[in-house]
Write a protein that binds this ligand. Structure first.
Ligand code: NAD
Ligand code: BTL
Length: 489
């Protein structure tokens, strides 16, 4: 076990209150680290450091090229320490080491991508309608940015915020989930190693209601970027109104995976499992709602159930493990409640639905991959994000019905359509009200493509060019090149 601190104004510090929190491994509940439990006081100190660093102008006036080199340097240091980071992520979240390595590769690409973009936007000259004038549109950093991240993809979600914010010249206060802060702490150490000036990057640790809420409320914070659940997102949005700060919200999803009868059957079955059970279903874009055309429904369910029973649960460090534990005791209880609700609502439980019985899994927060059939959109189990390994299956008959069912949700994060008829795929994907639609695939995301939700899945976009623009203000600079008195007054 080790003790790690918060990073404020270029110094590693404990919480002013002296409080600490232990971090546990969800596979066996062993304590793996102790960290400061920051609160409002520590958060305010971090905000004031970030404010001072932004207002001094040193960082925001560095060239895009210089900032780009530093952001790229972070990518190189993560690459150097990839093994340590991947192992930490698995210890902290329970996800398999293969998943953690994949996360690290994505994270490296995100820092490289934004490092490369940092000096690519030199502004735009527009045609002015006024004679003897020039008109230029430039993008400038927003200012002090609060960045709040969840526990399921701790470093990945932090990278999607840190890299573009720094590339654009902002100063930041990062607040990782209190449950899984370890890789974000490590990457803050790497950021310090690059020589990015003191106060530009600050790290606050602690309970969201104190630290995250303080960031969201502060009038010294110009932008808040939040990834997490819908109810916390509502609190962040409400708190942010005090100074009308800019907000970016990446919230939950209940993502439909639509399979037509003409899909490649084996591939669609295989990927439907991956869509929902990857990382034990603790993925915002998990394909937790399967919509299957009635003509292949029974055969499809049979194939899914038979393969689901063979999913090997275990330690993320064991090569044969396909799925790790849930993140916490409380989260598993929440998932169990959803199973009870599904049964009460009349859904048909055809796989899982309980904790596994193997002796070696008893210390971890494991839950069996679970499938419900006979589901419909009136059910809570279909509408709410369970964020666990629970698949609900609905039947449809026509293309129109598939689209209507898929869109019958408050969420609009992601969805997929499986068919060998490309015209049908295009028709359906154009009607789905979601930020990402996959055709004959599920889950791909990468640095170049924007990510975010329609409807209650959020506001704004991360990744891509759009993810950088979120961290900029647009300024119009107009110059009169032949000024004359107006003689109006
Ligand atoms: N859309 C996406 O890209 C995306 C990605 C990952 C996770 N998620 C969503 O995240 C959720 C799971 O993560 P979680 O359980 O950590 O979410 P959560 O909302 O409980 O917590 C997220 C973060 O908010 C902080 N927080 C808690 N209360 C706060 C408050 N009052 N003010 C400000 N911050 C506060 C937490 O400490 C944590 O850092 C799921 O709903 C999932 O869909 C979305
Ligand atoms: C955005 N993503 C898919 C990496 C993580 C969602 O929980």
């Amino acid at each position: 076990m080790y003790y790690k601190k918060m990073y404020i104004d270029g110094s590693w510090v404990s919480a002013v209150s002296g409080q600490t929190r232990t971090i546990i491994n969800p596979f066996n509940q062993e304590v793996i680290a102790e960290v400061p439990e920051g609160d409002e006081q520590d958060t305010k100190a971090a905000i004031s450091a970030a404010r001072k660093a932004f207002d001094s102008g040193e960082w925001r006036r560095t060239t895009g090229t210089e900032r780009g080199k530093l952001v790229t340097k972070v990518a190189e240091l993560i690459e150097r320490d990839k093994k340590e980071l991947a192992e930490l992520e698995t210890l902290d979240t329970g996800k398999t080491l293969t998943e953690s390595y994949a996360d690290m590769d994505d994270i490296i690409e995100v820092f490289r991508y934004y490092g490369g973009l940092a000096d690519k936007d030199g502004g735009e000259i527009i045609e002015s309608p006024i004679p003897d004038s020039t008109s230029k549109i430039v993008r400038e950093p927003v200012g002090v940015c609060g960045q709040i991240t969840p526990w399921n993809y701790p470093l990945l979600q932090a990278a999607w915020k840190i890299a573009p914010a720094l590339a654009a010249g902002n100063t930041i206060i990062v607040k990782p989930s209190e449950i899984t802060p370890l890789t974000t702490i490590k990457v803050t150490e790497l950021i310090e190693e690059t020589g990015i000036p003191n106060g530009v990057v600050n790290l606050v640790l602690g309970n969201g209601a104190k630290t995250g809420q303080t960031l969201s409320e502060s009038h010294d914070v110009d932008l808040i970027s939040f990834t997490g659940g819908i109810e916390t997102g509502r609190k962040v949005m409400t708190a942010a109104t005090g100074n009308f700060k800019k907000i970016a919200l990446e919230l939950g999803g209940k993502n439909p995976n639509v399979v037509f009868e003409d899909a490649d059957f084996e591939t669609a079955v295989d990927q439907a499992l991956n869509a929902v059970f990857f990382h034990a279903g603790q993925v915002c874009s998990a394909g937790a709602r399967l919509l299957v055309q009635d003509t292949i429904h029974d055969e499809f369910v049979e194939a899914l159930v038979s393969r689901t029973k063979n999913i090997k649960l275990g330690s993320g460090f064991d090569d044969s493990t396909k799925s790790g534990p849930l993140i916490s005791k409380e989260h598993r209880e929440k998932v169990e409640k959803y199973v009870e609700t599904g049964v009460k609502e009349g859904a048909n439980l055809v796989a899982g639905g309980k904790r596994p019985e193997q002796k070696e899994l008893q210390d971890g927060f494991f839950f069996e991959p679970t499938i419900f059939t006979n589901c419909d959109t009136s059910m809570e189990i279909v509408q709410e994000e369970t964020f666990g390994p629970i698949l609900t299956i609905e039947k449809f008959n026509t293309e129109e019905q598939a689209v209507n069912l898929a869109n019958d949700s408050k969420y609009g994060l992601a969805g997929a359509v499986w068919t060998t008829d490309i015209k049908k795929a295009q028709r359906v994907s154009s009607l789905l009200r979601m930020g990402t639609v996959w055709i004959n695939d599920f889950h791909p995301y990468f640095a170049q493509a924007p990510w975010g939700g329609y409807k209650s899945s959020g506001i704004g976009r991360e990744l891509g060019k759009q993810g950088l623009e979120e961290y900029t203000e647009v300024k119009h600079v107009f110059e009169n090149t032949a000024p004359q008195p107006l003689n109006w007054f």
